[in-house]
Write a protein of this length. Sequence first.
Length: 353
Amino acid sequence: MRKSRFVFFFLLFGLIVGGCRVRPPISIETTRAVPTHTSAPPLENTSTFTVESPRVEVPSLEPTFTPTVEFTVTPTIPVSNQSLISMLDCGQVFCQVAWPGFLERPIATGFRRTTDPIYPYANTKGGTLEAHHGVELVNSYGTPVLAAADGEVVFAGSDELTLLGPYTHFYGNVIMLRHPGLFFGEDLFTVYAHLSVIEVAEGDLVFGGDKIGEVGASGAADGSHLHFEVRLGVNDYDYTHNPTLWFAPIHPEEPTEKGSTLAGVFKDRYDDPVPQFDFVLEGLNSEGEVIRRYYPKTYVIAKLNAYPDLDENFVIPDIPPGDYRLAFIAGAVHEIYFTLEPGALGWVSIQFN
């Protein structure tokens, strides 16, 4: 019902948005962001993005804008975490950076490698489930499951008698890997749940891309799929992070093409992230016509373990590169235009006054 009301108001305002003046609490000039560079080169080379971003006037932030932001990206794992944050803090409402990620997909090419958009991280599936601490990769029973990086098996078996999540027999047959020092010296843990087959044992050392098991529907699974988690620092259910920000983006329709990922944050006047906020993302063709739509929400729990120092409260992973319009209602209809580059992590930051 909430989404229906949003869509109704969005369509109503959409008919007049071309003539609307942006009113408080936010004033946004809908200047299209047009990159002045060609497609990003392969991730093994250093690339430079020049991004012309829309101007945003948010009184509570008092930002200073320059029309064009140029920054150099070395598309390998950044030297320090602050390098990623600083590159996404370009002084504009929209910034982007080439993003190779830290982990490989746990599902091989040729199978479904994108995550289920119906039950993303920090979502409750319409209030029917608890906040999701991982993502789902829906595949048929028996699909090979791969290690996301080099690591050590710290658990392999059933959780029927071992509490690994919110309750026993939650994961069913599950594998947990420790990746020592993977995130700037801090250990990372990955979780592979609901398996039908386990092919490793505790104490085994594995390489990224090794087959460790097969997709199943054990534990609290609603159909055959892989439940995948990323835990930082501590192998505990309360230390999970959104796995989609740890992957390089892939194209959802063209396996040989690079995709893009969009993340960001909606904050209130007190600088706190706003939970369960509805907005619309529209993909546009060269004539400016809408060719695809996404209806995301911000995290149901506003501060549920955002990416370290990034503090996102939404992620829309693995979308086609190209022109986009992001629209939302906050006293009036507001819209932002930008272009996502192949292989890029885009970042949008909005603060309400």
